[in-house]
Design a protein around this ligand. Sequence first.
Ligand SMILES: Cc1cc2nc3c(=O)[nH]c(=O)nc-3n(C[C@H](O)[C@H](O)[C@H](O)COP(=O)(O)OP(=O)(O)OC[C@H]3O[C@@H](n4cnc5c(N)ncnc54)[C@H](O)[C@@H]3O)c2cc1C
Length: 533
Amino acid sequence: VCSGDPWDVIIVGSGPAGIIVADRMSEAGKKTLLLEQGGPSYYTTGGRARPNWVDNTELSRVDVPGLYKSIFSNSEGNLTCPPDIVNSFQGCTVGGSTAINAGLFFQPPASDWDRYFPDGWKNSDMQSAIKKLGAKQPSTDNPSYDGKRYLQSGYVVARQWLVEGAGYKEVALNDGPENHCKSKVFGHPVYNYEGGQRSGPVKTYLQSALQRENFSLKTGARVLRVSRDSETATGVEVQSSGSNNATLEHCIKEGGRVILSAGAILSPQLLMWSGIGDSEILTNISAQGLVKVPSPDWINNTAVGDKVFDNPNTFIELFSEAISSYDYKFSDPVAADRDLYLQLRSGPYSFASQTSAFWDFIQQGDDVVGCQGTIDSSGYMDYMKNGTITLNVYGTSGLRSTGRVGLDDKGIALPSANFYADKRDAQAVATFIHNIFAALPSTLTPLNIAKNSTLEQLTTWLSTWSPYTMGNVQHWSSSCRIGSCVDVDAKVVGMKNLFVVDASISAPLTTNPAMGTMIIAERAVERILALKS
Ligand SMILES: Cc1cc2nc3c(=O)[nH]c(=O)nc-3n(C[C@H](O)[C@H](O)[C@H](O)COP(=O)(O)OP(=O)(O)OC[C@H]3O[C@@H](n4cnc5c(N)ncnc54)[C@H](O)[C@@H]3O)c2cc1C
């Protein structure tokens, strides 16, 4: 029995991709339902979780960029997914992980589309999607509302090291093809903020969707599976929050569509619970009653959940007498910085803590591997002494080691990353570090790895687990790739009207994934709307 009238399009998940798809589908006149299992995040969505110093403002903890890091230690506001929903650190709230992330907003280089995406998704095909995103979503590399740059001592030292020493070009990182090539470039991080506050799809696309009468957002609505009649999706089965095991059915009209935008870990789980995936996994979870479709109607596709990717992270602690470290606080910020933020949306709390970013590509035979460096304003773990900053080094595009989204014994998604399973990956990241270490000035000292380490020593160090190495950064992508899991229109292989549009369908990108995922969502909408049926 359908709950309410049927929809033209039902979208599962209000992350950046889901919100963009919902806005564009409703703009195209489709009667559109967006379902999100989590609750409010930004102030404008009803989010009120925040430290006392932000009381009496129209801000929640989500709106204040400088409260970003507190998400890892303070769960107030139920913004992250509980363990009975997914076995990883993700946003389960309006905006998905863009409501809890740092807001770093980097445009993937043109070479990513050309190298790693199929026909129809090459750089030239992506231009209209990139333009549409740029027109709708503000971003800035100078986030403080008063126009001044704060916490720049780390930038000055890094600039001297990488630009003057190592030959990186200092650029505006998203501007123009020659700058966003991400090839030996250095600059100020770009954030999707506006007016000293977090922006992102909730503040842009979602607001335009909410103006339309043919659009509806329902929160607290966890979709369990897609209902289907053989290869035709008919709707989704939803477990309403608070209700004990009660479910209801939202239906689509004949000719309607279901689009999964639940993220790179949960979209594969939804497919599996809907009887689409590796038959071995389907057999296991159907024994627990999690698959409702009879086995003859299962769609056996081992590409569901396969080759999931996250960036392997290495933290390098660097010390210089010339640096003043800055430690962000949730409850008790430095009074002057608190006032600067509250009165002028300016100062350190107008950004998440990163003060510079840079990229290079490492050539390995015919292959290239992208590497990214992002420098934070403080030390980490055992290295909190003033003068210390943290360099996060990520391996990015072109890495060969990937994992799999499996399910735990309760059927809940559990990603594996398999970092450096292919040794060439560790060698590529080590080469990136070795190259920049060669240019370290005498005034800047790495604290957790020797400055004069050989390439072999660096390779061994970064591929041996420690609190500083082999870390996940929760940039999950690539678990339902175009060509094997979905087709070039983002349609699930074997299904007529079921789609996946989120980080799942992206290849590993050279940059942090949010902006690329949003571009992909714009492109997928163009292709879906162009389909005949
Ligand atoms: C801590 C952290 C920091 C990050 N920092 C950055 C950064 O600075 N820059 C950057 O580019 N990227 C960053 N990322 C990654 C980036 O945020 C993600 O790549 C991006 O949000 C992925 O978008 P998505 O649309 O694929 O899915 P998600 O953002 O994962 O959104 C999926 C949404 O679907 C909902 N959902 C899932 N399953 C269901 C269901 N069954 N029923 C109903 N709703 C469901 C979820 O609750 C969630 O709201 C960060 C991620 C994390 C976790």
